[in-house]
Design a protein around this ligand. Structure first.
Ligand code: NAD
Length: 353
C-alpha cells in the first residue's frame, strides 16, 4: 500500500492536483495498485481554516506518508501578512521539516513542443537532462545573515555531510541514466566551491563508471543555452541551482509543463514548479501537465516503477501530438482545451496504453 498525502493549496493548485489524482487513480485501477490519497489543507487555504499556513496535523501527515503531492500556495489574499506567516515561509518550513535536501528538475523536451521554445528546434531537439539542486544548505540558510544601514551580508557555507549526500544522490541518478555527471561550482573564486569540488571528487571514487566533469557556473549558464544536449545530470549548490534549473526548465517548455521532485533520506515531495496563478484560478484553464509529470517522478523515485513513469510521459506526449493544448502552450491554429479536457485525454491515453 502506497500512502500519498495531497496538499492542493491555493489558486490553481486544487485544479491541477485534481487532474493528477485522476491519473493516479487510473493507474491504480489499471495495475491493481493499492494507493491511498489523504488530502490536507496547506498554505492560504489552511490559514483561512485554522489561522496557520502549516498546521501540526498537516505536518504530521506529511511525515507519515510515502510521498507528498503539492499543488501551489499563495495569492493576493495573503500577500500582506508578516514575512514569517506568508505561504512561502510555510513551504520552506515543510521542506526543512521533511529534510528534503535535493531538488530534481528534469529538462526534457516534448517533441510536440519543440517549436514553442525560445531556442532553435535543432539545438533543443533531443534534450533530456536532470538538474539536481542542493536545497537545504548554502547561502540561503548560512549564518550570519542580515543588513543594517551600511552593509548587507549572507554566508555561503556547506558542511561535509551536506555535500557528500547530494553528491551520492547525483552519482546514483547518473548511474540510472547515461552515466555523465557535471558538477557546477565557482571554485576559481569561492573557497566553499573548492570544498564542494573536493568532496564531489571524493565521492566519485565510489562511482568509477560515471564520467565526472567540473564546470564553472558562468560557463554552465552559457552551455545550457548553447548546447543543452551535452548534459545528462547536473548537480549544484542551492544558489546556482535556483537559477540554472529555471533556465533549463524554460528552454524546454512553459511553466505549466515543468515538474519537480524534492527528495530527502526518508521523505519526498512532488510539485509543479509554477505558482498558484491567481489570474486564471477557478476558470478550468490551468495546464495540469506539470503536476501530472510530477506524479510520473513520484512513480519513478518513490515507488520505483519507472515503467509506469514512462507510460505517463508517453500519455502526455500522445496527448500533445494529437494537437490538444491548454491556453498557456497554444500556438495559432491549435485546439485550446480546458484543464479537465486535457486531463481526460491523458487518462484515456493511459488506459489505452
Ligand atoms: P505563477 O507561476 O503562479 O504564474 C506566472 C504566470 O504563469 C501566470 O500568468 C500564470 O497564469 C501562468 N501559469 C502558471 N502556472 C500555470 C499553469 N499550470 N497553467 C497555465 N498557466 C500557468 O507565478 P506568480 O504569478 O509569480 O505567483 C502567483 C502566486 O503563486 C504568488 O502568491 C506566489 O508567491 C505563489 N508561488 C507559489 C509557488 C509554490 O507554491 N511552489 C511557486 C511560485 C509562486
Amino acid at each position: 500500500m502506497f500512502k500519498i498525502v495531497s496538499l492542493p493549496g491555493d489558486g490553481i493548485g486544487p485544479e491541477v492536483v485534481a487532474g493528477a489524482i485522476r491519473v493516479i487513480n487510473a493507474l491504480a485501477d489499471k495495475h491493481r495498485l493499492e494507493i491511498s490519497i489523504d488530502e490536507h489543507p496547506f498554505g492560504g487555504a489552511s490559514y483561512d481554516l485554522h489561522g496557520d499556513m502549516l498546521t501540526e496535523e498537516t505536518l504530521e501527515a506529511c511525515k507519515n506518508c510515502d510521498a507528498v503531492l503539492l499543488g501551489a500556495v499563495g495569492g493576493p489574499k495573503w500577500e500582506n501578512l508578516p514575512h514569517d506567516k506568508k505561504p512561502e515561509a510555510a513551504l520552506l518550513r515543510l521542506r526543512k521539516e521533511l529534510e528534503l535536501f535535493a531538488n530534481f528538475r528534469p529538462a526534457k523536451v516534448y517533441d510536440a513542443l519543440v517549436n514553442a521554445s525560445s531556442l532553435k528546434a535543432d539545438i533543443l531537439s533531443g534534450t533530456d537532462f536532470m538538474v539536481i539542486r542542493e536545497l537545504t544548505g548554502g547561502i540561503y540558510f548560512g549564518q550570519p545573515r542580515g543588513y543594517d544601514d551600511n552593509r548587507g551580508w549572507n554566508t555561503m557555507v556547506y558542511e561535509h555531510h551536506e555535500v557528500e549526500r547530494i553528491a551520492r544522490l547525483a552519482f546514483d541518478a547518473a548511474m540510472k541514466r547515461k552515466k555523465k555527471l557535471v558538477s557546477i561550482d565557482k571554485a576559481n573564486v569561492l573557497e566553499s566551491s573548492q570544498f564542494w569540488r573536493n568532496i564531489v571528487h571524493e565521492v566519485h571514487k565510489d562511482f568509477p563508471e560515471v564520467e565526472l566533469t567540473d564546470m564553472y557556473v558562468d560557463n554552465a549558464a552559457m552551455q545550457i543555452v548553447r548546447d543543452p544536449k551535452q548534459f545528462d545530470v547536473i548537480v549544484t549548490k542551492n544558489l546556482f541551482g535556483d537559477i540554472l534549473s529555471d533556465i533549463s526548465g524554460m528552454i524546454t517548455g512553459s511553466l505549466g509543463m515543468l515538474p519537480s521532485a524534492s527528495i530527502g533520506t526518508t521523505h519526498a515531495m512532488y510539485e509543479p514548479i509554477h505558482g498558484s496563478a491567481p489570474d486564471i484560478a477557478g476558470q478550468n484553464k490551468a495546464n495540469p501537465i506539470a503536476t501530472i509529470a510530477s506524479v510520473a517522478m513520484m512513480f519513478e523515485h518513490t515507488f520505483c516503477m519507472k515503467n509506469i513513469a514512462d507510460d505517463i510521459y508517453q500519455a502526455i506526449e500522445q496527448t500533445l501530438a494529437s494537437g490538444l493544448r491548454t491556453a498557456d502552450i497554444a500556438q495559432p491554429g491549435d485546439r485550446v482545451v480546458s484543464t479537465t479536457e486535457i486531463t481526460d485525454a491523458i487518462v484515456a491515453n493511459l488506459q489505452a496504453s
